[in-house]
Design a protein around this ligand. Structure first.
Ligand code: LRH
Length: 487
């Protein structure tokens, strides 16, 4: 058999999709079967994911996919770090918390005081983010649910469990918990013990490509997929899947996986666990085939999405194209922010928080939505520059090209400005990198493609890409970067 169709369940922070992909040695074609909103819900005790709606959307999506013809297997990826706790009967204990909930700050401080940031980094190689699973678990400890907990499942593993009944922990996502040993490539028994967690709560690890189980009879019946349809383990961390589908044709590339977050970095063959790397807050997340995603999280399109949500709520909505047109005409470098300010993390009024940062650094707030959009996009381009240059220095590897993948690759201003700010050529696309990476790993498990290089060549040959060369005034970007550094 030279081709087959696979279903990718790809859940992002704002929407979920089920996408089918026809894959073969010379073909890779996606079709969206179903898209649904992912709307977090604020309960009295915090911001939660509506995982039941996400599971129902998954089931409806698989049903829509099944109507399109035979499906060889199903794979699931979502955002990282968040989890559900299961009791001894396998029941879910409460709705999973959203990583943007504000419960984690104090717990993170406690864990750092107990274990030390150096020790945590030396083992896990994980950047410090207040919502790393390890800190969320520390915040969860005080709850009544804690005593009944027996298993921790990250979100894609939880959905896989509900589809198949099987329990496992996918390795790329496990590496975002802070409880994973980046050098040994397995759960860190030492960290788990040190944090007073039970080793038995963390299921056996699965590699992308491993079988995860087969659909439960009631799932098969509802979706119309044949009983026995396999669920294949993919790179269940969405960023890991996206990086699989970077259409690189050589080794010297950097990437920016650009969506709600901008994840900017390099692909390495071994983690960098030095003190300099820790101080610069770079992460060593696990990719497929033992690769390491050496990157830093940048606040990303979230800044723009939250500005637009604020304007919509005030009845001042404009379409994205209109806003981008205004941004293109707005004055260059009028206002620059550091996107990594933790104040930007929670949901809420984003323009006011941008104003606050600008005023505290002696800059005037923009006077139009287009001005805000320009401020955000120029600041993100500068953050891409700074992050990629630091990554290159710390890893000792200079990239010769940047691949921008994910939804943000459609944003021409951001891609051009990233090229201009870095002085490197940018290849933009595919926008659907995550779903493509999910499908490709399934296709490989079915013997239709080979190694990572082969998967990437297939993406480069079949997907629409755009190319940007650095242009404009390079020195203006140098000056802007220096100005931002000073503030
Ligand atoms: C992107 C992402 C990122 C994580 C964040 C929680 O969707 O998975 O890699 O840091 O969400």
């Amino acid at each position: 058999r030279s081709e087959a169709v696979f279903a990718a369940v790809d859940l992002g922070a704002t929407s979920g999709r089920v996408i089918t992909g026809r894959a073969g040695p010379e073909r890779l074609v996606l079709t969206e079967a179903h898209r649904f909103a992912n709307t977090p819900v604020r309960l009295p005790d915090g911001l939660r994911w509506d995982v039941l709606a996400l599971f129902q959307g998954t089931l409806d999506g698989l049903r829509a996919a099944a109507r399109g013809g035979p499906i060889a297997s199903v794979g699931i990826d979502t955002w990282a770090v968040d989890y559900g706790l299961l009791d001894a009967d396998g029941g879910l204990l409460g709705l999973p918390f959203h990583y943007r909930d504000d419960r984690n700050g104090k717990a993170a401080e406690r864990v750092l005081a107990e274990c030390g940031a150096r020790m945590l980094y030396a083992v896990s190689g994980l950047q410090h983010l207040p919502f790393n699973t390890v800190f969320q678990l520390a915040a969860h400890r005080a709850s009544a649910q804690w005593g009944a907990a027996r298993t921790v499942l990250l979100i894609p593993d939880l959905l896989t469990h509900w589809l198949t009944g099987a329990v496992g922990a996918e390795i790329t996502n496990a590496s975002t918990t802070g409880l994973f040993d980046a050098s040994a490539g397995g759960w860190s028994d030492a960290l788990i013990a040190r944090l007073g967690l039970e080793r038995s709560w963390f299921p056996p690890l699965r590699e992308p490509g491993d079988p995860a189980g087969t659909l439960l009879p009631h799932v098969a019946e509802y979706t119309g997929l044949p009983a026995g349809t396999p669920v294949t383990t993919v790179a269940s961390h969405d960023t890991a899947s996206a990086v699989v589908a970077v259409p690189a044709t050589g080794p010297g590339f950097a990437y920016v996986s650009c969506g709600t977050w901008s994840l900017a970095g390099l692909e390495l063959s071994a983690p960098v666990l030095t003190e300099e790397s820790r101080a610069a807050n770079f992460t060593n997340e696990r990719g497929v085939d033992g690769t390491v995603r050496y990157l830093r999280n940048i606040m990303g399109m979230w800044l723009l999405e939250e500005c637009r949500r604020t304007w919509d709520a005030r009845g001042e909505a404009s379409g994205l194209d209109v806003l981008l047109g205004e941004a293109a005409r707005a004055r260059p470098f009028a206002a620059l922010i550091d996107p990594d300010d933790e104040a930007f993390l929670p949901p809420g009024d984003m323009p006011s928080r941008i104003d606050a940062q600008l005023m505290s650094s002696g800059q005037a707030p923009p006077d139009s939505p287009g001005g805000y959009v320009r401020c955000v996009l120029e600041s993100l381009a500068l953050a891409h520059r700074r992050t990629l240059r630091e990554a290159a220095g710390l890893a000792g590897r200079e990239p010769d090209r940047i691949h921008v993948v994910g939804g943000g690759s459609r944003n021409e201003l951001l891609c051009q400005w990233t090229a201009d700010a870095t002085g490197l050529p940018v290849t933009a696309g595919p926008a659907e990198a995550t779903a493509l990476g999910n499908i490709l790993v399934q296709a490989r498990a079915h013997g239709l493609v080979d190694d990572l290089a082969d998967m990437r060549r297939l993406v480069a040959r079949t997907q629409e890409l755009r190319h940007y060369t650095p242009q404009g005034d390079q020195r203006a970007w140098d000056r802007a970067a220096a100005r931002l550094e000073r503030t």
